[in-house]
Design a protein around this ligand. Structure first.
Ligand code: CO8
Length: 374
């Protein structure tokens, strides 16, 4: 048996940024257009008018201030309200592969590794831009990596479930080193015309190099253990899929073809589920919350993270103990906890214990317990 370690991470951040103010202005213009178009039905009481969104509500309810996206102009055009992405031929690298490649190169550089050192690529993300061939195999090919690659999707927990899969293979000896990439184009299936959720997501890609600890070239994080759990829920759901053509309304632009959630229920059910999951994981290692120097949680909602942190530590965590990045990136699905980890981990001291934890649709929860090694 080998001991796995995280030796490098990388983040690809799209250049285009949408502030809450810009987003709300576009949404409100769209709502005004819709209300004008439906004035008769609204006046007759047959239809509710669309209400305006507000920057103050978004910050208060979520903690999000801005988001990075792959295309801003389409999202902010009240006549479009979704990203407009250049259509690529099958012979060009796909957009997910391109985003992942940037993050992967940064992660490999930090680990002091080249493509020849990697045996496995996992593309773990909430959405794949096509059914097959696997995006992971395309990334493998573009990087010139031998071995094998596959895609996996556990929504917001994709990264931690991917890390567990890679760590287990390293433990058993079936691979020497793995690259887990999380290209998340959340803007592609967010419903930007829905006031309840139009502010939630952003785009990003993250990458993590995991290898045998004795092969580490520099400071790294020993993976002490991982824990994954799932529990079926319809409270976060997307019905898009390859059977859409078989439905009576065919390719219609139906609301459930995009991200749907019952946010209040998610909040109420997921906070205790995650707090218990972390406590159980730590207890299995003979630890309590106070033993952790840092927690990098999934980045969906600031209040949610504050509550989970308080439950785990037994007191309110400081921003250093539990860094949030959602004010800058919004919810980037599986990539969120990895951005927080990548941008807020260098300062930890030898022997410090810390935990990555993701949670989201499924429901799914994944935690990775780490020890800092210098
Ligand atoms: N502006 C102004 N007012 C608003 C707005 C708005 N934009 N939206 C709602 N309101 C109003 C409502 O109408 C309501 O008014 P009233 O009280 O008069 O009825 C009031 O504000 C309160 O509304 P809510 O109860 O909906 O607001 P909450 O305080 O619950 O906040 C949140 C909403 C922010 C959505 C919150 O519930 C939340 O964050 N919940 C957790 C969500 C979560 O973590 N989801 C995880 C999903 S992500 C995941 O797992 C990955 C899925 C796959 C990736 C998909 C990529 C796209």
């Amino acid at each position: 048996m080998y001991t796995p370690a995280i030796t490098g991470t990388g983040v690809f951040t799209p250049e285009e940024v949408i502030t809450n103010a810009e987003l709300v202005e576009a949404f409100n213009a769209y709502a005004d257009r819709m209300n004008a178009a439906n004035a008769e039905a609204i006046d007759a009481g047959e239809m509710e008018p669309m209400q305006h969104s507000s920057d103050a509500f978004i910050v208060k309810a979520s903690g999000i201030e801005r988001r990075h996206v792959m295309n801003k102009s389409g999202i902010l055009d009240p006549a479009v309200m979704h990203p407009l992405l250049r259509q690529r031929s099958d012979d060009e690298p796909g957009i997910m592969a391109e985003m992942a490649l940037d993050a992967a190169k940064k992660a490999l550089a930090q680990a002091g590794r080249g493509p020849e050192d990697i045996d496995l690529v996992i593309c773990a993300a909430s959405n794949m831009e096509r059914a097959y061939p696997a995006v992971a195999i395309e990334i493998q090919s573009l990087l010139g990596i031998q071995g094998f690659a596959f895609d996996m999707n556990v929504a917001c927990s994709s990264a931690t479930f991917g890390i567990q899969a890679a760590a287990d293979m390293i433990r058993s000896g079936s691979v020497r080193a793995a690259l887990v990439v999380n290209p998340e184009i959340c803007s592609g299936h967010l419903e930007w015309r829905d006031r309840d959720c139009h502010f939630i997501f952003g785009d990003v890609a993250t990458a993590t190099v995991i290898e045998r600890i004795e092969e580490a070239q520099g400071p790294h994080f020993e993976i002490l253990s991982t824990r994954c759990a799932t529990q079926f829920s319809n409270n976060i759901r997307n019905n898009n899929g390859f059977l859409r053509r078989s439905r009576p309304d065919g390719m219609a632009d139906r609301r459930d073809m995009q991200f749907m959630q019952n946010g209040r229920k998610v909040f109420k059910e997921v906070v205790p589920m995650v707090s218990c999951h972390i406590a159980d994981h730590l207890a299995a290692e003979g630890l309590e919350g106070q033993a952790l120097s840092r927690m990098w949680l999934h980045q969906a909602n600031k209040t949610m993270n504050d509550l989970i942190g308080k439950k785990v530590l037994g007191r309110a965590p400081t921003p250093e103990e539990q860094p949030n990045i959602l004010q800058e990136y919004a919810n980037t699905s599986s990539a969120g906890s990895i951005i927080a980890f990548s941008q807020n981990s260098d300062d930890l001291a030898e022997g410090d214990l810390a935990l990555i934890c993701s949670f989201g649709a499924g429901y799914s929860v994944g935690s990775v317990l780490l020890r800092r090694r210098l």
